[in-house]
Ligand binder design. Structure first.
Ligand SMILES: [Zn+2]
Length: 252
């Protein structure tokens, strides 16, 4: 399995694309995109010339930096001549939200799509088998309903928090994950309904994360606090905690 960090930024970061991961199952050539915010499609298509490459899209929740890229993603696939159905998975209400976003961005465009959209709406604690992976979802504590996701295949697994503080359910989903990708909007202190570096380090200790990638750090903290992040990570005694760079590709 490969994990490509297309973006690691939060909504207002002027230098980093919105947090989005491209997951590749190597043996079966399956591609899954995790979250598609304002800036994700341009980054995704910078590397992708095959309109049928993507098998599935996961949306963790309905904030713009996690799903407002969908109209452009679907438009570009249409322009490129995609024919393969696209699976869209996410929290309840996904189909209505996607159709509303499409209608606002490009009215009547939905009727022109020459490829099918297949929706799979999930709930806290839900699971499904699709695209060669086991998908397991658990709610986080965010300002609107958000699902963390664990994808497992071929003996490897990746956990992606979406936004929010971890909950008992999402923390238990991180157990045994080969890679945990967790948002930490704040480095020092705490913002309501968001993760923090301190909380992530506690989580890593509790569940024994092999690798923990910290993403979605507030743009006003990431550079200013980079040394502080490195110090806190060093002091935690957790060698597997890191800040992925935009574009970094990790093989699991
Ligand atoms: Zn959010």
């Amino acid at each position: 399995m490969k994990v490509h960090f297309l973006g690691v930024g939060e909504a207002c970061d002027p230098e980093r694309f919105n947090t989005s991961l491209l997951i590749l199952s190597e043996s079966k050539e399956h591609y899954i995109l995790l979250d598609c915010g304002f800036t994700t499609p341009h980054r995704y298509f910078a590397d992708c010339s095959d309109p049928d490459q993507l098998d599935a899209l996961w949306i963790s929740h309905f904030h713009g930096d996690h799903f407002f890229g969908i109209p452009l993603l679907l438009l570009r696939f249409w322009e490129m001549g995609r024919v393969k159905p696209l699976m869209l998975a996410g929290p309840c209400g996904l189909q209505e939200k996607v159709e509303n976003a499409l209608d606002l961005a490009y009215p009547s465009f939905l009727g022109k799509l020459q490829y099918a959209l297949q929706y799979r709406e999930m709930e806290d604690g839900g699971s499904l088998q699709a695209v060669g992976f086991l998908w397991q979802a658990a709610a986080t504590e965010h300002s609107q309903p958000c699902l963390a996701l664990k994808l497992s295949a071929e003996g490897k697994s990746v956990f992606y928090s979406g936004d929010g503080q971890s909950t008992q359910a999402s923390a238990s989903l991180t157990k045994g994950s080969t890679l945990v990708v967790h948002e930490a909007y704040r480095v020092v202190g705490q913002t309501a309904n968001h993760g923090s570096l301190a909380e992530c380090l506690v989580l890593a200790h509790q569940v024994g994360c092999e690798k923990l990638a910290i993403v979605h750090v507030a743009h006003f903290e990431r550079e200013r606090e980079k040394l502080e992040i490195q110090r806190l990570v060093r002091e935690s005694g957790l060698p597997g905690v890191f800040l992925p760079e935009p574009g970094e590709i990790l093989s699991l």
